[in-house]
Design a protein around this ligand. Structure first.
Ligand code: FES
Length: 324
């Protein structure tokens, strides 16, 4: 026995009165209530569940509160574990909220055959329901947008506070070293240097007396044969008995310039092979460094020791100094 509704009854074969299983365009039968939102004509779309939107709102709110908490913890002195947890919630809340929100959006397009243009009273009621429902949705989405902006703004605010961790401005301290007028030169073992401590052609790393740990004050002392040096204007008295002192910090990216080629009178940086002409104010001859090594003006004090005439007259270190 076959009682399928899809089989037309032989007693009632008229095409004007089709069975419910074979609807004709000429007679748009009402869509059964359980047919689902297959098209705009088929009935109102599935309403957005308030609980779904509530989930989005809760996620954004949690993100906002966590970001504000992060800022408060940071201002209060910081706590790495708490900051990590709050950052996790702040970013996670944003992500969860965004994903949940995306799920609320109808991912159409939805298409169907065009039916009758005239609608029944029931259709018009359905349209009204849709419109009034959309108005509610639009109102709620404005709220979600505000919550989203609030969460992003709170996170941005929290991100500003770590700027404080950069510490105080260095001011002009980067342009000064421990060298002062009259400060003696000592070697790594604390021995004072005299003009003849080095033999001609010798080199040594020296430090300011009393400040041997000052990394920016290290100096390469080189002794050249008197008369070979070609001092720049104003530096004629800076190299007593052929003792020339240059900053040990390479002007490329700050490696220690530790090699001296006596035959060519060059200081060489081992990092990228910049070479500096010892007899010409440590002018770069080769390699990426573009700025000479700053020269320390030397003199001999009353007791016969090598001393600085002053601090360096230019900033030591990499060449970004001359890009300001
Ligand atoms: S740091 Fe000296 S050449 Fe690059």
């Amino acid at each position: 026995m076959d009682q399928s509704p899809a089989s037309p009854s032989p007693a009632d074969p008229s095409p004007a009165d089709p069975s419910p299983a074979d609807p004709s365009p000429a007679d748009p039968s009402p869509v059964p209530e359980d047919a689902g939102p297959t098209s705009p004509d088929a009935g109102p779309p599935t309403p957005v569940e308030p609980t779904s939107e509530r989930r989005v709102a809760v996620a954004f709110l949690a993100s906002t509160l966590a970001a504000l908490g992060l800022a408060a913890v940071y201002v209060g002195g910081g706590h790495p574990q708490a900051e990590g947890a709050l950052l996790f919630v702040a970013l996670g809340g944003l992500g969860v909220g965004a994903v949940q929100w995306a799920r609320l959006i109808d991912d159409g397009p939805v298409a169907d055959d065009r039916g009758e243009l005239a609608g029944s009273d029931a259709d018009q009621d359905a349209v009204e329901d849709v419109v009034s429902g959309d108005v509610d949705v639009i109102g709620r989405r404005k709220l979600l947008v505000r919550l989203l902006l609030g969460a992003v703004g709170a996170l941005g605010l929290a991100a500003l506070f770590p700027i404080r961790s950069l510490g105080p401005s260095p001011g002009s301290s980067l342009e000064r070293t421990a060298w002062r007028a009259g400060r003696r030169l000592i070697d790594g073992e604390g021995r004072l240097m005299r003009p003849d401590t080095l033999v001609v052609g010798g080199t040594l790393t020296v430090f300011p007396e009393g400040a041997t740990r000052a990394g920016d004050a290290q100096v390469v002392l080189v002794r050249v044969r008197p008369g070979l040096n070609r001092p720049r204007p104003g530096r004629e008295t800076w190299a007593p008995e052929g003792n020339l002192a240059y900053s040990k910090i390479c002007t490329h990216v700050g490696c220690p310039v530790g090699l001296y080629q006596q035959d060519t009178e060059e200081l060489v940086c081992p990092c990228h092979q910049s070479t500096f002409d010892v007899l010409d104010g440590a002018r770069p001859r080769f390699g990426p460094a573009t700025r000479p090594l700053p020269q320390l003006p030397l003199a001999v004090d009353a007791e016969g020791y090598l001393v600085a005439q002053s601090d360096f007259t230019e900033a030591v270190g990499p060449g970004y100094w001359n890009r300001s």
